[in-house]
Every structure is written in structure tokens, then in C-alpha cells.
Design a protein around this ligand. Structure first.
Ligand code: Z5A
Length: 212
């Protein structure tokens, strides 16, 4: 090692129901870290820019049909195709903020009725987040935020099932945040949590894999 210059960045994941505020909060977090001069990137899954991502995008906008198992595996493949880049960025000291990750994969597919453990299996071996920020919102409140209904999955009853599936995924890396608070209040809480997480990684916390 060359004088502590080799500390890694943190893997920060935002999760939650549709309209919980992930996009708002992840871009605000990104700006906050840039303001601190900390190297950070903003990622999102599905990553619609790859060829797998384009298949997912066309499925989500109802332009193509795929059976539930196939789309599940495509969502997972879309994370696998970014895994090595993710690892090298983290190891070079960049913090990555990710809008949705494996938890969305499991929560949405198992809400459709697929077996929970079957849904988890293809995620096994992807990098484990240092912290998962779960923006918790009752589905009825999320629906009031507007812009609902365009894509597949944007229906109240389904979102209720997704919320239950998410509850079965909580582990020690999760922080549950009340997403009904004002945007600024949520921002402050997330900044504090992420700042601490970056410190822990800087001090040598090792990078692990799902589902550890
Ligand atoms: N999916 C899957 O099945 N399997 C997988 O592996 C993955 C995903 C990765 C597309 O995801 C779908 O893919 C998603 C899960 C599934 N389906 N659903 N549902 P996506 O990430 O592309 O799309 P999305 O989840 O629908 O994201 P979104 O619509 O962009 O929502 P958001 O990012 O959570 O919220 P937002 O855009 O920040 O905010 C929504 C609105 O609320 C907006 O008008 C804001 O101004 C407002 N807002 C935000 N915060 C607040 C607060 N605190 N108070 C009041 N209003 C607020």
C-alpha cells in the first residue's frame, strides 16, 4: 500500500416502491458527495443503455412480452454485465450510488408469485451494498404523487405485494427512512448515513458479495 491512498468507495443502494423518491434522493446525494469533493457516480438499474437493458425497457413499456422467469433473469443479467466495472470503480475509491438493485429484482418478481429463493439465486455473487437506503412509503401515498400508470407494475395492489416482499429482504445493511417526510429532511438523514458509510469503507471495511 502507498500511504493509505488505496481506500475504496462505498456501494450505496436506494430502494423502495415506485414514486418513493429514489431518483430525487439519489441525484441529491450525488451532488452532496461531489460538493464534498468525494469521487462519486450515480447509477441506476435497470440500466436501459445496454442491449439487455433495451429488452427490459421495451418489456416495461409494454412493447414486448416476456414470461416472468425470463424478465427476472434479464434484470439480473443487467446487473451482472456491470459487475466488474462496479468492482473496479469501488476499488479505485469511487462511491457508487445505485437507484434500485437486486432487492428490486427479488421484490418485484416474487410479488408476481415466483418462488422467493429462486428469485434470489441469480443475484448470488453480485457485490453486496455497504448500505441500503429503503425509502418507505405506503402505496396509497405513492400513488398520490402522480405520474403513475404508464408502465407495467404501476398499480396499487401490485405495489402492496412488492412492499411485503421488500420486508422479507431486510438485513443489517438496511436503513428504513420515512419517505413521506419533506424532501429536505430526507436529504439530511441520507447524507448523514452515507457519510458514515464512506468513513467505514475508508477505514478498511471489506467488500462482500450477496447474499452475505
Ligand atoms: N424492476 C424489477 O422488476 N426488477 C429489477 O431488478 C429492477 C427493477 C432493477 C422500473 O424501474 C421498474 O422496474 C420498476 C421496478 C422494476 N417498476 N416499478 N414500479 P425504474 O427505477 O426505472 O422506475 P421507477 O421505480 O418507476 O422510478 P420512478 O418512477 O422514477 O420513481 P422514484 O425514483 O422513486 O421517485 P422520484 O422520481 O424521485 O419521485 C416521484 C415523484 O414524487 C416526483 O414527482 C417527485 O417530485 C415527488 N417526490 C419525491 N420525493 C418527495 C417527497 N419527499 N415528498 C413529496 N413528493 C416527493
Amino acid at each position: 500500500s502507498s500511504g493509505g491512498n488505496d481506500s475504496r468507495g462505498a456501494l450505496v443502494v436506494l430502494e423502495g416502491l415506485d414514486r418513493c423518491g429514489k431518483t430525487t434522493q439519489s441525484s441529491s446525494l450525488h451532488k452532496y458527495l461531489e460538493g464534498l469533493g468525494h469521487p462519486a457516480e450515480l447509477w441506476r438499474f435497470p440500466d436501459r443503455t445496454t442491449s439487455v437493458g433495451q429488452m427490459i425497457s421495451s418489456y416495461l413499456s409494454n412493447q414486448s412480452q416476456l414470461d416472468d422467469c425470463t424478465i427476472h433473469l434479464l434484470f439480473s443479467a443487467n446487473r451482472w454485465e456491470k459487475r466488474s466495472l462496479m468492482e473496479s470503480k469501488l476499488k479505485s475509491g469511487t462511491t457508487i450510488i445505485v437507484d434500485r438493485y437486486s432487492y428490486s429484482g427479488v421484490a418485484f418478481s416474487s410479488a408476481k408469485g415466483l418462488d422467493f429463493d429462486w428469485c434470489k439465486a441469480p443475484e448470488n455473487g453480485l457485490l453486496a451494498p455497504d448500505v441500503v437506503l429503503y425509502l418507505d412509503i405506503p402505496p396509497e401515498k405513492a400513488a398520490e404523487r402522480g405520474g403513475y400508470g404508464g408502465e407495467r407494475y404501476e398499480q396499487l395492489e401490485f405495489q402492496m405485494k412488492v412492499r411485503q416482499s421488500y420486508q422479507a429482504l431486510h438485513d443489517a445493511s438496511w436503513k428504513i427512512i420515512d419517505a413521506c417526510q419533506p424532501v429536505k429532511d430526507i436529504e439530511k438523514q441520507l447524507q448523514e448515513i452515507v457519510f458514515k458509510s464512506i468513513e467505514t469503507c475508508r477505514k478498511g471495511k471489506s467488500l462482500t458479495c450477496l447474499w452475505s
